[in-house]
Design a protein around this ligand. Structure first.
Ligand code: UN1
Length: 509
């Protein structure tokens, strides 16, 4: 790719430590961003020091007082401008996402589209943010509940969705009247700086304080500052279950709020009546899309014995068609893993599958030679396993698909699906109404997302996104997920001349 193309996003200077007119300062340790697509250096970003962090939070605190007084529909207007700007920058930002993170250009564009979609959603929401009116048990009393901004919202994001997850949180938190402080993954810092530049420009054009949208850069230490910081009312964190547990404990220790979106171990149940063509497309996209590095990636395929051999041979055939290479080349289906550490984890998982008795159907390897110089390209794997194997319990962020056989009724498949610690996304492929309704019932999938006849990944922003159990329980994006970004207040107003007590209590003076 021609790096000059990215220059409009102002992310290519060396040693970036601040962006003009934006609440991001950093003069600490340098971390370099290399593209996993070709191993080439893109740019360097400095870490925010503790003193700079304090400066950033101070500006955020000042900005929060200003921003919360702006009427919600006016705040929505700022998010409308963000959506417009993202529409203009869609191709170039999509390219940067693809180049710095390694997902296909199509998926990079899709990620920016998710940002645009959530902006549209948030603009509408800015005229809603509804509370309820409640009937009082006392005469001449009125009750209602209303929602107020929280203050500062901390956003910790992962490398795999380097821009969209920020946008889900940013768009909602901002229309709800909060200011935001973002700690992006140190693996994709330039994507974050590009978003911050876009946001800062909009704030500037509207004469709004820079502290409304801030970035802090660095490693887990910076994440810890956010988790410990009593000035940050809500911490929204996306990443591994291990990271989420640390954030949860630290924030709970100060009785702060968290929104956690952690690991998944997502399965598709394939029943005897499944449409095979749809099943194969859904499973392959779910398993190899983003090189298996989505939290919604399909990790397990739980297939009925009657269709097992057919599904298995069709999948193996489909995997032969997968083209791996430069994600910016639209002929390729799959790009690289994020870095060589991820490759090492993939190789380790392959060893574990074999040691634990798995049968590898499509063998994995690290690709070498022309076009694969970064050392981050691997081939997607299919392995026959049993659900109880230790390796199957873990979320390996790589394109490894486990095939698991079930027999008898669909309940057996649901039981297998639910018997892991994670609970993010799930799907069933069936044309049998009884099976699909059971899957969606209280006795069905225990996940936050349960789909019928589509795969596990690729959720739309309109629904609440997140999962149960070790996935963390948080919900972001659509539906009423906005409520987590606000504090609820119940108001009771007495417009009479007497003071009756609730519950009929008599108190006479
Ligand atoms: C993630 O992997 O953290 O549902 C988010 C999906 C995307 C979002 C994934 N819309 O696959």
């Amino acid at each position: 790719m021609n790096l000059k193309e990215l220059s409009s996003l102002n992310v290519l200077e060396k040693n970036l430590g601040s962006s003009t007119g934006s609440n991001w300062f950093a003069s600490g340790k340098q971390f370099d961003s290399f593209s996993p697509t070709n191993g080439k250096y893109i740019g360097s970003v400095l870490s925010t020091t503790k003193a700079e962090y304090e400066q950033i939070i101070k500006k955020a605190e000042e900005a929060k007082l200003y921003w919360r007084d702006i009427p919600a529909p006016k705040r929505g207007e700022i998010i409308r401008q963000l959506g417009d700007k993202l529409r203009q920058e869609k191709e170039i930002l999509g390219k940067l996402v693809s180049y710095e993170m390694g997902k296909s250009y199509q998926e990079g564009l899709g990620e920016v589209q998710e940002m645009i979609d959530i902006c549209d959603f948030a603009v509408g929401l800015s005229r809603q943010l509804y509370g309820n009116t409640i009937h009082s048990e006392r005469p001449g009393h009125r009750m209602y509940d209303q929602y107020h901004p929280l203050g500062i919202v901390g956003i910790i994001t992962a490398f795999n969705f380097p821009v969209a997850v920020w946008a889900w949180n940013a768009a909602l938190a901002l229309v709800c009247g909060n200011v935001i402080v973002w700690k992006p993954s140190e693996k994709t810092p330039l994507c974050a700086i590009a978003c911050q530049n876009i946001m800062a420009q909009i704030l500037k054009e509207n004469n709004l304080p820079e502290g409304i949208s801030s970035v802090v850069t660095g490693d887990a230490e910076v994440g810890k500052w956010i988790a410990e910081d009593e000035r940050i009312t809500l911490v929204s964190a996306t990443g591994s279950t291990r990271m989420g547990k640390q954030v949860a404990v630290t924030v709970a220790n100060r009785l702060g709020k968290t929104l956690l979106e952690l690991g998944g171990n997502n399965a598709i149940i394939v029943t005897p009546s499944a449409d095979l063509k749809m099943t194969i497309i859904g499973a392959v996209f779910g398993a190899v899309g983003t090189a298996g590095q989505r939290c919604t990636s399909t990790r397990r395929l739980i297939v009925h014995e009657d269709v097992y051999d057919k599904v298995k041979s069709s999948l193996v055939e489909a995997y032969k068609q997968i083209k791996i290479g430069d994600p910016l080349d639209s002929n390729n289906h799959m790009g690289p893993l994020i870095d060589t550490d991820a490759v090492a984890m993939y190789l380790d998982a392959l060893n574990q599958i074999k040691e634990q008795g798995g049968n590898i159907l499509v063998e994995g390897k690290v690709l070498e030679g022309e076009g694969y110089e970064s050392g981050c390209y691997v081939t997607p794997v299919i392995a026959e396993v049993e659900n109880h194997y230790p390796i199957v319990q873990d979320e390996t962020f790589a394109p490894i698909l486990y095939l698991i056989k079930y027999s008898g009724e669909v309940q057996n498949a649901i039981e297998i699906q639910n018997s892991v610690k994670q609970g993010l996304s799930s799907a069933i492929m069936t044309t049998n109404l009884r099976e699909s309704e059971l899957f969606l019932s209280q006795n069905g999938s225990d996940c936050g997302i349960a789909n019928v006849n589509i795969g596990t990944s690729g959720a739309e922003i309109g629904g609440a996104f997140g999962g149960e159990k070790e996935t963390g329980g948080g919900r972001e994006s659509g539906s009423d997920a906005w409520k987590i970004y606000m504090r609820r207040q119940t108001n009771t107003i007495n417009y009479t001349t007497s003071l009756p007590l609730a519950q009929g209590i008599k108190f006479v003076l």
